[in-house]
Design a protein around this ligand. Structure first.
Ligand SMILES: Nc1ncnc2c1ncn2[C@@H]1O[C@H](COP(=O)(O)OP(=O)(O)OP(=O)(O)O)[C@@H](O)[C@H]1O
Length: 498
């Protein structure tokens, strides 16, 4: 079943290189990965490109980099290159400190609480001194990064964060370095993650309506990432954080792959691959994160009368011609799927790994659509479809077992059909393989979704407000962080925050 062997050897892709083992080696090495299922998380251990288990479900890894204060970076984060986030007072607060002190450092922040730890970084809730502006600050030990060969992962994550400007993706406000640490100052999400939120739902699963909302936002975020040539590769509920307004934000980009992407405007509404090649206006290939795609001009959307789910079906709303026939006016479709991207890395989280990753066949952007299917399944059924008794069994199930749905809860045909179309083992037959998110948006499961107004829709749940001002600063955070993120966290005051 999983016997197809990949020749051993060293392969490279656009941003990373790694040694590829045989499938058998990969599977057996996965046996030594810690199985964090003990705490009930679906995450399983996360696998990085070295094939090592980077995290446990209670302490998830991440990394950072080696560039000095962002004011010296060529592509630093600022409100100028993030027009969608420009009206945010936090930019001004940061800029004021920078202007006054000539830069930004750890001493300008009060670290209030440890929010979590990743592979080699710890994330803190931080207040910019005296401003009531709160951030999630990821603090990484540079020596640990270098000794564990994680500098590239850290750099990838930082560079990706720097170029994001999307409602469902994190804003990076600043990056600075001290002698020991590399720090990313990001948007803080007070609502916890979707995994935790799911545990609190009746039956530990979301209603179909709630799941539709969350996956719609994730889909838009992934579409944007693909547009920038970024394959996310680590979608799972733990990486989807909930903002104070109940909308979500994808986090954790250290396993992402950057590649080139060709953007196409497809003029026909109903096209297959033929339509793509005939009707597309193709932009030249742009390296991800170097330049924003210049060929797309996005009209500003109005949020008046937001309606996420329209009451009428699409069929009913089609305009009619004078003789009463439905007139179909095809809108141009943007297709931005990095279909040519290929990586041989063995990365991801066991229950979410796509078959082509496990088999070591090389993978591209279709892995994100596989994980999207697993994600939707988990939100609806409260478990992932291929989970085995251990990591090895899980990997075998992903590759060899057919998809099955539990008898309960009862889930709509459209939802099951979408999942079935996404969890196709051969990537070339998977939904969205050719035209990316566009294909998924058109699936009947999303019928009636007003994609332009998703960001204005009412979320299923809004987190309880947290009194951040009542928090006391962590007494010795830089010292605590300096003991490396893998050290015990006893210096931190732990309490129920979310
Ligand atoms: N912007 C944020 N707002 C609130 N909490 C966050 C934010 N970013 C991260 N966290 C919390 O901090 C934890 C650690 O995040 P981090 O990105 O370092 O690691 P990770 O997601 O576990 O994965 P990795 O090991 O790949 O870095 C997360 O699990 C999350 O709970």
């Amino acid at each position: 079943m999983m016997a197809s062997k990949t020749p051993e050897g060293s392969l490279t892709n656009s941003s990373q290189s790694m040694s590829i083992n045989t499938l058998a080696d990969q599977v057996s090495s996965s046996l030594s990965f810690a199985d964090p299922s003990s705490d009930g998380k679906t995450g399983n251990s996360k696998i990085n490109e070295q094939g090592e288990s980077g995290k446990s479900s209670t302490c998830r890894p991440s990394t950072s980099s080696d560039i000095s204060d962002e004011s010296t970076c060529s592509s630093f984060s600022s409100s100028i290159n993030k027009p969608h986030k420009a009206n945010d007072v936090r930019w001004e607060a940061i800029q004021a400190v920078r202007t006054k002190h000539g830069g930004l450092g750890l001493n300008h922040f009060r670290l209030l609480k440890r929010l979590g730890c990743g592979d080699i970084g710890t994330v803190h809730l931080a207040e910019l001194n005296g401003t009531r502006c709160y951030f999630a600050m990821k603090v990484m030990d540079k020596t640990a990064l270098a000794s564990r060969k994680k500098l590239l992962r850290a750099q990838t994550e930082r560079e990706i964060l720097q170029c994001l400007d999307h409602p469902f993706l994190p804003t990076l406000y600043s990056h600075f370095e001290t002698e020991k640490f590399s720090c990313l100052v990001m948007e803080f999400c007070p609502g916890g993650d979707l995994h935790t939120l799911r545990q609190r739902q009746p039956g530990k699963r979301f209603t179909e309506q709630a799941a539709k909302f969350y996956v719609a936002e994730v889909l838009l975020a992934m579409e944007y990432l693909h547009m920038l040539g970024i394959i996310y590769r680590d979608l799972k509920p733990e990486n989807v954080l909930v903002r104070d307004d109940g909308h979500v934000m994808l986090s954790d980009f250290d396993l992402s792959l950057r590649c080139t992407v060709s953007l196409s405007i497809v003029r026909s509404a109903n096209v297959g691959s033929e339509g793509l090649s005939k009707n597309s206006v193709s932009c030249s290939q742009q390296p991800a994160c170097i330049q924003q795609p210049s060929c797309i001009s996005m009209a500003p959307t109005s949020c008046f009368g937001p309606r996420f789910f329209s009451s009428k079906s699409k069929k009913d709303k089609k305009p009619k011609t004078e003789n009463g026939n439905h007139q179909v006016t095809p809108l141009p479709e943007l297709v931005a799927e990095p279909t040519g991207a290929r990586s041989m890395s063995f990365v991801g989280t066991h229950e979410y790994l796509a078959p082509e990753i496990i088999k070591g066949e090389g993978h591209g952007s279709a892995v994100d659509w596989w994980t999207f299917g697993i994600f939707l399944y988990e939100l609806l059924f409260g478990k992932t479809p291929f989970k085995g008794s251990g990591n090895r069994a899980t990997l075998f199930n992903v590759v060899g077992q057919p998809l099955r749905f539990p008898e309960s809860p009862v889930v709509s045909f459209a939802a099951r059909d979408l999942i079935r179309s996404l969890l196709v083992k051969e990537p070339q037959h998977r939904l969205a393989y050719k035209r990316g998110a566009t294909e998924i948006k058109q699936h009947p499961f999303f019928e009636g979704v007003n994609w332009a107004l998703v960001r204005c829709a009412s979320p299923p749940e809004i987190p309880k407000p947290v009194d951040l001002e009542a928090l006391n600063p962590t007494p010795t955070v830089p010292a605590a962080a300096s003991s490396s993120v893998r050290s015990d966290q006893s210096n931190y005051l732990e309490f129920d925050f979310f």
